[in-house]
Design a protein around this ligand. Structure first.
Ligand code: VAH
Length: 320
């Protein structure tokens, strides 16, 4: 039996969630799946792996039955910037894929984690802080799929009793795998460029404030939420979680404390700038703190120090 399934396992979150789940439950208890096949040394390929297209409901149901899956972490999605370029594909992957996961989980009685995002908020949402319960009228396709996904997950919880839970991830910063197609990707790229090129041209303006979170905090929040006592959850899909907020200029200044010669330039991408400006500046995560004890461990300073340390080691290892 392999009771845990992760979709989108080769992505930015999956690359760290799969190893974390395997160290908690055992390597052979966690099936990693992705549309792609991945490089042989990918962190998610150190255990059971299958290629899986979540828009194929029959294939998905077959995997759940073959492995007798009891918990699904559904990460497969197309992120904000790519979704604006390919809205029809993003709708199919983000919504049909989610529907297939919820429907299959309902039929086999599996617990489900579905990430939402700060993208579930829009220009008319209060930005500072963005409350747990507030207006959600995003003007991006990705945001529309996140709000629709939150509503569909809560429907499956209320109508069918499905144990489905979600988090509104801020922009996530990690060194294990590159993000793809996101608006907050600058906060990852800047570290690679700082270490390899000594300079970075940022696609967002210097004062664009966004909630950010270091990946170890996001992974711990995901596992803690899925372990939380369901009787204490007044919310389910999805919880605001916060760690810190930063602008590209503040992040660059923090990096320059370690790399004084690092230079940043700005060439604003109007599409991703408009997306970023529609999102929260800071989040109220009091519901997560009260209902399941959420507490972040990394602030901007701590994340920057750890990112530079770990990424430098990886670059040195690759060059060796
Ligand atoms: C994106 N990294 O930029 C994702 C995330 C909060 C943003 O959903 O699309």
């Amino acid at each position: 039996m392999t009771p845990v399934l992760v979709t989108g396992a080769l992505g930015q979150v999956g690359s760290e969630l799969v190893p974390a789940l395997r160290s908690r439950y055992g390597v052979d208890q966690v099936l990693a799946t992705d549309l792609l096949s991945g490089a042989p040394d990918h962190p998610s390929l150190g255990g059971p792996f299958e290629q899986l297209d979540c828009t194929d409901g029959v294939a998905l149901r077959g995997v759940l039955e073959r492995y007798r899956i009891k918990a699904i972490y559904h990460l497969a999605a197309i992120l904000s910037a790519r979704a604006e370029a390919e809205p029809q594909l993003a709708w199919r992957v983000n919504m049909e894929g989610l529907y297939n996961v919820l429907e299959a989980a309902r039929q086999v009685g599996a617990q489900v984690f579905v990430p939402s995002s700060i993208a579930a908020f829009g220009p008319s949402t209060p930005h500072d802080p963005t409350p747990q319960d507030t207006i959600q009228r995003p003007n991006t396709l990705y945001g529309v799929t996140k709000v629709a996904g939150e509503l569909l997950c809560d429907y499956y919880a209320q109508r069918f009793g499905l144990d489905v839970r979600g988090l509104r991830y801020p922009g996530l910063v990690s060194y294990t795998a590159p993000p793809g197609g996101g608006t907050t990707d600058y906060a990852v790229e800047i570290f690679h460029h700082a270490l390899i090129k000594g300079q970075y041209t940022c696609f967002l303006g210097p004062d664009t404030r966004l909630p950010l979170m270091y990946m170890p905090d996001a992974i711990r929040a995901t596992l803690e939420l899925m372990q939380a006592d369901p009787a204490k959850l007044r919310h389910r899909n999805a919880f605001n979680i916060a760690a810190f907020s930063s602008t590209p200029a503040e992040l660059a200044a923090e990096i320059q404390k370690h790399r004084p010669d690092f230079k940043v330039f700005y060439a604003v991408d109007p599409v991703r700038q408009a997306i970023a400006e529609s999102w929260p500046h800071t989040l109220d995560d009091s519901a997560a703190r009260e209902e399941w004890g959420w507490r972040p461990q990394f602030d901007l300073r701590g994340m920057t120090q750890d990112m530079l340390e770990k990424l430098s080691a990886r670059i040195l290892q690759r060059e060796a």
